[in-house]
Ligand binder design. Structure first.
Ligand SMILES: N[C@@H](CCC(=O)N[C@@H](CS)C(=O)NCC(=O)O)C(=O)O
Length: 211
C-alpha cells in the first residue's frame, strides 16, 4: 500500500494508531503536531484535516481522512488483512473484543476530552476544578470495570489484541501510574506484557521515553 500520514504527538492518542501501523509493518509518515491545548497554530493546521482537532488523524493514500482510534483499529486490520490485533468475524473473542474496544473509546476516552481542558465545557472558572475531579472519578470507575473484566495474560485471555495496546497506552495517562498500580493490577500486568513485546519496543520508547 502507498504510504499513510499519521498526525500525532508523542505519548498522546496517536500512539494507538502508530503501534498498530508498526505492528502490521505498514509504511507511514509521522507528522508531529504541536500541543493542541496551547498552540493555536497547531490547532488551525490540524483543523483543516480533522475538524475535531484531535489525534490520531490518519490521511490515506487517496487523500481520505480517518479519525477515531477505534475506527482506525478496525480499518487497519482490514487493510492489513490480518486478525492479529482484531479477532476476525466468527472468532470466539470477537464479541468481547468489540464490546471492550467501544467501551474504551466511547466511555473512557471522552473523559479525557472533558477533563483535559474543563474551561471548554464549564465557563465558570471556580467550577472547573470540581468538574475535572468528577471526570477523574468517572475515569477511575470505568478503569475499575475494565480491570475486573480483564483476563490474563492479555485482556481477552490467550489472545493478544489491540485492546492490550490501548491498555498499555492509557495506563500512561491520568490518573497516573501509582493509581493504576494500586487499583488496576490486571491492567498494569497487561500493560507490562505489551510493553515487553519486541515488535513494539521502539514505538513505545519513542512515545514514552521516560519509562
Ligand atoms: N475519539 C477520539 C479521541 C481522540 C482524542 O481525544 N485525542 C486527544 C489526544 S489523547 C486529542 O487530540 N486532544 C486534543 C483536543 O481535544 O483538543 C479517538 O478515539 O481517536
Amino acid at each position: 500500500m502507498e504510504h499513510l500520514t499519521l498526525y500525532g504527538r508523542q505519548g498522546w492518542g496517536s500512539v494507538l494508531a502508530e503501534t498498530q501501523l508498526v505492528w502490521y509493518g505498514m509504511p507511514y509518515e509521522l507528522r508531529s503536531v504541536g500541543d493542541l491545548f496551547a498552540d493555536e497554530e497547531a490547532q488551525r493546521e490540524l483543523e483543516k484535516i480533522n475538524p475535531a482537532v484531535q489525534v490520531p488523524t490518519l490521511v490515506l493514500p487517496d487523500g481520505g481522512v480517518m479519525t477515531e482510534s477505534g475506527a482506525i483499529t478496525l480499518w487497519l486490520a482490514e487493510e492489513a488483512e490480518s486478525s492479529e490485533l482484531v479477532p476476525e468475524p466468527g472468532a470466539a473473542e470477537r464479541t468481547q473484543f468489540l464490546r471492550w474496544l467501544f467501551f474504551v473509546t466511547s466511555n473512557i476516552y471522552p473523559v479525557y476530552t472533558y477533563a483535559d481542558d474543563p474551561s471548554r465545557f464549564v465557563p465558570q472558572e471556580s467550577a472547573q476544578p470540581a468538574f475535572a475531579e468528577r471526570m477523574g472519578d468517572r475515569a477511575k470507575k470505568l478503569y475499575g470495570v475494565l480491570n475486573d473484566e480483564a483476563a490474563a495474560p492479555w485482556f481477552l485471555g490467550d489472545r493478544f489484541s489491540a485492546l492490550d495496546i490501548y491498555i498499555c497506552a492509557m495506563t500512561h495517562w491520568r490518573p497516573g501510574r501509582p493509581w493504576f498500580e494500586e487499583n488496576t493490577p490486571n491492567l498494569v500486568a497487561i500493560a507490562a506484557a505489551a510493553k515487553a513485546l519486541p515488535k513494539l519496543a521502539e514505538v513505545w520508547a519513542r512515545n514514552y521515553p521516560d519509562d
